[in-house]
Design a protein around this ligand. Structure first.
Ligand SMILES: [Zn+2]
Length: 249
């Protein structure tokens, strides 16, 4: 049985053997003409809930539904927090998890803009609480992209905001919220190794980058399985050493 924190009572928690939590970190932002504004939080949270069905003792905390989206704010509807607020929000939630006695924390991130705030927040909480393990899947789209068959993606390695990969996993996880007939994106011209700090409206005029029109549910199911396997294998391996890592085994 999966432990979904927002639906649990104190009694159920006390009787459970919960020793670890996962929290999705999302955003509320335009995802092209075809995906819902809540895509990143939905993806992170649904994956977290499915993961909790596969492993013991894992509680899913309610996702953070807003993130750092200032680079996506040209198109409606985008509500971004500042970099400082995003970082502090994640930091405070992590600290509160620790205060409740949990020492094993997984962050399931759904949004590129949150990667830097997660890094700052998690580093800071780890310094304050050295006994705690904080793990983060920063970019599921990169991890999953490496694990699906090489020839699965048709355009730009499946990359893009609301692109082939993200739209595909959306079709697997929340198909009824996607309007494929409006899926339209642009493959932007960007350098391979050097990171340009773009604003999204410099990359596309549709709210989507990459090519969402070639997304399918079949591709999405493979991505979903890859992400779940990454997280499940991580937990199983960490559980073998009671979450000791490095030279402690
Ligand atoms: Zn997204």
């Amino acid at each position: 049985m999966a432990f979904i924190g927002s639906k649990m009572t104190g009694n159920q928690y006390n009787k459970s053997k919960i020793d670890k939590v996962i929290i999705g970190v999302g955003a509320f932002e335009n995802h092209g003409y075809h995906m819902p504004f809540g895509t990143d939080a939905l993806t992170a949270n649904i994956i977290s809930e499915k993961l909790a069905e596969r492993v013991e003792g894992l509680m899913v905390l309610p996702p953070i539904n807003y993130g750092l989206s200032q680079h996506y704010n040209k198109l409606p509807f985008t509500v971004s927090l500042s970099p400082e607020t995003t970082t502090n929000m994640i930091k405070e939630v992590l600290s509160e998890i620790v205060r409740n006695g949990i020492k094993k924390i997984i962050i399931m991130n759904g949004h590129d803009g949150n990667i830097a705030p997660i890094e700052l927040a998690a580093r800071s909480v780890k310094v304050q609480h050295p006994e705690v393990t904080i793990a983060s899947l920063n970019d599921w789209w990169v991890a999953a992209g490496k694990l699906v068959p090489d020839d699965m993606f048709e355009v730009w390695n499946g990359l893009g905001h609301a692109g082939e990969g993200e739209t595909s996993i959306g079709l697997a996880l929340f198909e009824d919220l996607i309007e494929m007939e409006h899926a339209k994106g642009v493959v932007p011209n960007l350098p391979e190794f050097v990171d340009i700090k773009w604003r999204f409206d410099e990359l596309t005029d549709t709210g989507a980058s990459g090519d969402p029109s070639v997304a399918t549910k079949e591709k999405g199911l493979k991505l979903e399985e890859a992400v779940l396997n990454v997280l499940e294998n991580f937990i199983r391996e960490m559980d073998k050493t009671n979450w000791n890592y490095g030279f402690k085994k």
